[in-house]
Design a protein around this ligand. Structure first.
Ligand code: COA
Length: 147
């Protein structure tokens, strides 16, 4: 698989929003992603396969801390290492901007995502009760403080 990993551009907003709608119960819109591209804190990477955006990951970097906002892979291409590549590219990008730690929230039921994050040294440090408003599920809070 010849995956191209690169920084997001405004032209990607449509494809990223389409993936977002496929992956999440409360998806961000194309306009939300355009706004992110004007957000100085935001860092987003996409994975492109044969000219098609099939994965993306994004974070906000504030001082030496990164907070992951999104990670997703097209459903038909999961389980082949794409998530690891795109998340790895995001971690590299936030480290270049000076991040020394990374945090995120994830549903406890999302085994694939938790495994992915653990492979980058994140571990669970607590829960936010009833965090996800679509089904009232808790969020696991994960951190890696030694990027
Ligand atoms: C989470 C997600 C990005 C992972 O992407 P992916 O391309 O499937 O990930 P990879 O193939 O690189 O696998 C990453 C790890 O997850 C594990 N994994 C992948 N799919 C799995 C599954 N269905 N069940 C259990 N583990 C799984 C892999 O074994 C691997 O772990 P390892 O490094 O210990 O071997 C993808 O499943 C996705 O887009 N999910 C929907 C969106 C989402 O939930 N995003 C996260 C929100 S917090």
């Amino acid at each position: 698989m010849e995956l191209l990993l690169r920084k997001i551009t405004p032209d990607d907003a449509e494809a990223v929003a389409a993936l977002e709608a496929q992956c999440f119960a409360m998806p961000w819109s194309r306009e939300d992603f355009w706004r992110e591209m004007r957000n100085e804190l935001a860092e987003y990477v996409v994975g492109e396969l044969d000219g098609r955006v099939i994965a993306y990951a994004g974070a906000w970097v504030s001082f030496d801390q990164a907070e992951v906002m999104h990670v997703a892979v097209a459903s038909e291409l999961r389980g082949q290492g794409v998530g690891t590549l795109v998340f790895g590219a995001l971690i590299d990008a936030v480290k270049r901007r000076g991040a020394k730690s990374v945090t995120l929230e994830v549903r406890p039921s999302n085994v694939a995502a938790i495994k992915l994050y653990e492979s980058f040294g994140l571990h669970s440090v607590g829960r936010r009760k009833g965090y996800y408003i679509d089904n009232g599920e808790d969020a696991l809070i994960m951190w890696n403080t030694k990027l």
